[in-house]
Structure formats: C-alpha cells, structure tokens
Design a protein around this ligand. Structure first.
Ligand code: ZN
Length: 463
C-alpha cells in the first residue's frame, strides 16, 4: 500500500542504528514512520511478531508510543517489554519467540539524544537494512493491517537466565555502577540473588544522568567506581553504559581493565570448552589479545569496528566469543551471541570467583605493553575516508612496514602497530598505538602524527 512519504533528517539514518537529537533532528513523527517502515520490512522478511523496549531517557516514552502506533498500523503483533537495558530487548526476542525487535535508546549519547536499535531474530539490522527503512518511509510504501499489542514483564525471567551462568564458589565484593542508565532495575534484582556482597552506585534510572555520563570507556566516568572500590575494598568494579550493552571494568587496585583485556581474560574460559575456535576482535584491540587467543590454541580474527558488523561476522564464523575495545562483548558460549554487559558482568564475577585469585593478578598475567587509549583527531566529514586512503597509499611501498586495511589502516612496524580509522558515527579519525617499549611507542606516535599531518590533520593537545 502506498501513502504519503516521510523524509528523515539526513543525519538520522546511520550505519548501525537510527539516532538523532530530540526536537531537532528526531521526533515522534519520525518514530511513527520508523514503526511503519520497520513493520513493513519485517513482514517482507516473512516475520510479524516484534518485541519492543525502551531506555530511561526522558523522551523515550513518547517515542515508544509513536513507534508502537506505527508498528501496529502495519499489522504487526507488538510484544512490549517496557523499560530496561537493550540486551533485555534482545533477550525478549528469544524468550518471546519474536521475529524482530526494536529498542528505543540513545545508548551512551548525551541526554537530549535518542534513537532506535533494531534486530531480527537472525541477527542485527544495519547498513542496507537501515537504508531500506529510509526508502520504505520515503516512498510511503507501508504495509497495513490489523495489528495487536501485548505487554510482558520479562524482568525476572531475564535475571534468572543471567544468574544461571554464575558458577563462582568464592563470595566476592563487587561495586556496580549503572550511571543512572536503563540497567538499574535489572541490576538491583540481579545483585539481590547473586552470591557475595554488592554495592550499587547510581542504580536509579534517570534520563538526565545527574551523576556522571553513562559511558564506561571514558576514564572520568569511572572515577566514582574506582573510589567506591577503594573505600569498600571490593574485588571488582563493573560499570555499564546508558543502555547496558557495553561494559567497563576495574580491578581491586583501581586499574581500568579495557575491553580488549577483558576479552583476553574471557577467552581463556571460553577456549577451554571451545578448543581451536575463532575469537573476533575489532581493529582497535591490542596485539596482546590476538597473541593470547593464538597461545590458547584459538583462531584470532581481526574485524571491522562496529557492534553490528562484529555480530554479523560472529554468526558467519560460528565464533563463541567476540568483542570490541568499546566494551561491546558478545558471548555465544552459553549465551545468545548478543552484546549484554550485565551478562558480561556475571561472567567476569564468575571467572574471578572460580580462579581463586584477584582480577588484578589475572590481568597481570597478560604481557606488558605500552599503548595509547583511543584518541580522536578532528577531521572534516568530506575528508575522513580520503585521509585514510592517502595514508595507505603513502605507506604502501615503505620497507619494514605492513598495512592492514580491513578497517582504516593498521600499520605494523618493528616497534609495534598504530591504527587510524574514520569513525562511522562522528567526524573524527580514531587513532591508537602500541609497542613493547616506551621508546617504540614514541616512534609509532611520531610516524602516525607525521602521516596525518601530511594530510592536513593535527593531533589533539597532549598526543
Ligand atoms: Zn550502548
């Protein structure tokens, strides 16, 4: 059926999700069109049952209502699970036997942003599928029919499933920080049943994020967690992003255990029961991780950054574990292959308890390297992919240097490696460098800065 088309703000339909600034680039009319277009897309793929959830942002209820109306108008059977983290919605797709799901969430973005993450029962919705949503809406080619709405409370079922994979014999003291994000209520129910002692920070769901921003990959957002771990003498600190699909962790000494280190730690446990299998990480991850996977007898696979891309690669290779530097970690070992930071928290607590040693000692067993955090270099939108092509062309024939161009350029020299890649979500180049020695790291940073400055890009202060 055809009708009047809907045109989205050009910035809203993105590579991995739909996202905008509420009242400026995204509003209820857009949400309604997304519901109609997504309901149509799901029907074209042979499905009709769509699970729907929303995060704790102030704009989420209104957008959820509009997307619900849109979905129902296409004839979809909408199974609403209410307020919760994004992984609870992914779980709902499995638990409620839905064909697809849609989550109203702004993830870790500022409080006036919001958006939609979508999944089909077989995998993520991204790239071409998001473009298809734009096309269906643009042409007004929506399906129509009598739909229906049903409400479900799956919180206890989800918590029970999370708890099932906690095998720890030794009680731990753990501080959890959900940053006033959407995982707060689930976290309360989970920690009430999880063995050990649990201290909860900022578990009130509050879309204004009054304490700190809910993004655990930024060190300043982990300061409260570090303080609480130190004051309470806790074994571990675990933080979540705004919608609970990314994890941040600190050990009992207050050190940040980054996403790639966590993955190396999880890989031991997973490869013990999945010998020789493929473990995937993104191009930002440390060489330590790839070496550790190989040392453990697994097959390391470096892949493009982006949670949807990693999830798709995981399904393709049958990998039991994958992850990103950003803290999106995907277990298909005992779990469903989606990124669930609450589940990652349970698995971390379980393995530390089973190990009868501290997370700090486990992390210390990994080789020492010197590396930079992810660093952002500002770039004009029109130039960001071009700059990467220029760097690649300049380095192609340089002796002693190899360039991996799977996503941006990951440049290997005798000193180690550095990465520069164009972000799909921001007007920046993301860079990182890593070496076994401090001198080596300085040489890598100098080469990286030289290459970017040849393309007119200056480094941020202090890099
Ligand atoms: Zn998130």
């Amino acid at each position: 059926m055809s009708g009047e088309g809907h045109v989205f703000h050009p910035s809203v339909l993105r590579e991995y999700d739909i996202r905008g600034i509420v009242g400026k680039t995204l509003g209820p009319l857009d949400a309604h069109a997304i519901g109609r277009a997504y309901g149509t897309l799901v029907q074209r793929k042979g499905g009709n049952v769509i699970a729907l959830g929303y995060d704790g942002r102030l704009s989420s209820p209104e957008l959820t209502e509009a997307v619900t109306e849109g979905l129902v108008s296409t004839g979809a059977h909408v199974k609403r699970v209410g307020l919760g983290p994004t992984p609870m919605l992914y779980y709902a797709i499995k638990h409620l036997g839905a064909d697809a799901g849609i989550m109203v969430t702004g993830s870790h973005n500022p409080s006036d942003h919001n958006g939609f993450k979508m999944a089909l029962s077989g995998g993520p919705v991204y790239g071409d599928a998001i473009l298809a949503i734009g096309e269906i809406a643009g042409g007004g080619h929506y399906a129509a029919g009598p739909g229906k709405i049903e409400d479900f409370d799956i919180q206890d079922a989800y918590v029970e499933r999370l708890l099932k994979d906690y095998l720890g014999p030794r009680p731990l003291k753990i501080v959890w920080d959900s940053g006033n994000g959407a995982s707060g209520e689930i976290l309360r129910r989970l920690t009430a049943k999880l063995p050990g002692e649990h201290i909860l920070l900022f578990d009130e769901i509050d879309g204004r994020f009054p304490n700190h921003h809910p993004d655990p990959t930024v060190p300043e957002n982990l300061v409260d967690l570090q303080k609480a771990v130190a004051e309470s003498g806790a074994d571990i600190g675990i933080g979540f992003d705004g919608d609970g699909d990314r994890i941040g962790a600190i050990d009992g000494t207050g050190r940040i255990i980054w996403g790639d280190q966590l993955l190396a730690i999880y890989a031991r446990e997973v490869l013990a029961t999945h010998p020789g299998e493929t473990i995937i990480a993104d191009v930002k991850a440390s060489q330590i991780l790839y070496d550790e996977i190989a040392r453990l007898g697994g097959k390391p696979l470096m892949w493009k950054t982006g949670h949807s891309l990693i999830k798709a690669k995981m399904a393709e290779t049958g990998s039991p574990l994958a992850g990103e530097m950003s803290g999106h970690i995907f277990f298909a070992d005992k779990w469903y292959g989606f990124d669930d930071a609450l589940y990652c928290g349970v698995r971390l607590a379980s393995l530390v308890s089973l190990a009868s040693k501290s997370l700090a000692s486990i992390a210390d067993e990994l080789p020492k390297v010197f590396n930079t955090p992810e660093t952002r270099f500002e770039v004009e939108a029109a130039r960001k992919f071009e700059v990467i092509r220029e760097v690649k062309a300049r380095l192609a024939a340089v002796e002693g240097i190899t360039v991996n161009d799977i996503d941006g350029v990951r440049v290997n020299t005798p000193d180690g490696w550095w990465l520069a890649r164009a972000s799909n979500t921001q007007e920046v180049l993301v860079a990182r460098a890593e070496s076994a020695t401090l001198d080596g790291l300085e040489r890598l940073k100098a080469l990286l800065k030289e290459q970017l400055s040849l393309s007119g890009i200056s480094p941020p202060a202090g890099f």
